[in-house]
Design a protein around this ligand. Structure first.
Ligand code: FES
Length: 128
């Protein structure tokens, strides 16, 4: 992976599978497939006052997707849903210490999946 241009930080997240897994009975989960064909599924535990208490993810895809999933689930913990909605690709790239040129689109998969999960949660909350 080092030869492919991945940073030490990315390699560590990938090796340690940080936040990879499922949350049993999550408040919301959502899977999304990006234009590249990679898929991510995000699980969130959300408190009554709309704070993300826990986040995990599963993925079918590249190390860029995996490390972006680890980064976004790490960043989103303890944030309100309003704050979580503002997480963007730059936040992930900053957390990761960058990605190889050909993998710069991978954070978009994580951001889109999280945004869709939040939207699904809010929609469900509106319609009891
Ligand atoms: Fe699709 Fe990385 S190549 S998310």
């Amino acid at each position: 992976m080092k030869n492919a241009g991945y940073s030490e930080n990315v390699i560590e997240l990938y090796r340690d599978k940080v936040n990879v897994g499922v949350i049993e009975n999550p408040d919301v989960n959502l899977a999304h497939t990006g234009p590249c064909g990679d898929t991510m599924k995000i699980y969130l535990r959300i408190s009554d006052d709309d704070v993300v208490e826990d986040a995990k993810f599963q993925y079918l895809g590249c190390p860029g997707a995996a490390s972006s999933g680890s980064a976004i689930t790490r960043i989103v913990k303890h944030k309100t849903l309003e704050e979580a909605k503002k997480i963007n690709e730059q936040d992930i790239l900053q957390d990761l210490g960058g990605l190889p040129e050909s993998k710069l689109h991978c954070p978009t998969l994580a951001v889109t999946t999280l945004q869709k999960a939040i939207a699904k949660y809010k929609e469900r909350k509106r319609t009891p």
